[in-house]
Design a protein around this ligand. Sequence first.
Ligand code: NCD
Length: 305
Amino acid sequence: MLKNRSIISISDLSDEDMNEVFSQADRMLENVNAGKKMNIMSSKILATLFYEPSTRTRLSFESSMQRLGGSVISMADSKTSSTIKGETLADTIRIVESYSDIIVIRHPLEGAALLASRFSSKPVINAGDGSGEHPTQTLIDLYTVRKELGSIDGKTVTIIGDLKYGRTVHSLLSGLSRFDVEVNLVSPENLAIPKHVYNDVLGKLDIHVSTSLDEFLGETDILYVTRIQKERFTDKNEYAKLIGSYKITSKEVQKLKPGSIIMHPLPRVDEISPEVDNTKAAKYFKQAYYGVPIRMALISMIAGD
Ligand code: NCD
């Protein structure tokens, strides 16, 4: 049961919780597809606190709450809020919890969502904490695989891009470690997966690491592409050297195993060429669409009556 629980890490959810989210999301998806608004959260308020840029995550949380019949309050821009006056996160949370029933937070510092949850008597959802985690994105990712390929077990997942700073990758690896999957990790050496993330899943996953994608394309069921996280670089020259180090074009798509899919948490910069968008393999926009039913399921399970 997720009632009143904060979701800071994907490991906060048991296998049972995850299955429950997926089956509730199926129910929500029917409503979303039919364009129906529900009325099950009409007495509840969701607060979004975003200290970092976001399009999909904030809007899909807000859209989800509204589709459930609930209301939303939002600190859209930390530059126009009291943060700029020096208010601490702890104080902000103490106030926001008294204005709302559930809080969604995104923050540039790893650990910020956990800290927020310690100061809040209301449930907190981590919508990204620096290079830490992004658990709701992982629920969307796993749900997308189930919907598009039928199951997760038995698949080979190739993750390419910024494995060092990419929080979606950190949560995804942890999520995948509950399934029987093979994982290939592809990145420039400087953007390799952090040791602690790797060690956490070692032994649970069959992992291969490489700097080159080509050797894995023919065996890949899911190609998960990520953006180089420009905002995390202290040295912008370092970023300039790495940008463009890999790119998915129709040439790579042709080498993929037949029936495989391409995913990306978005936003993309130039790591997937637009010509790929019209191929059957491209599922990243569908993946973003699943953000609403998944977040509807989660919000209603955590803050519903
Ligand atoms: C991701 C994030 O914020 O970590 N975006 C998202 O929520 N879909 C990925 C990214 O910014 O590259």
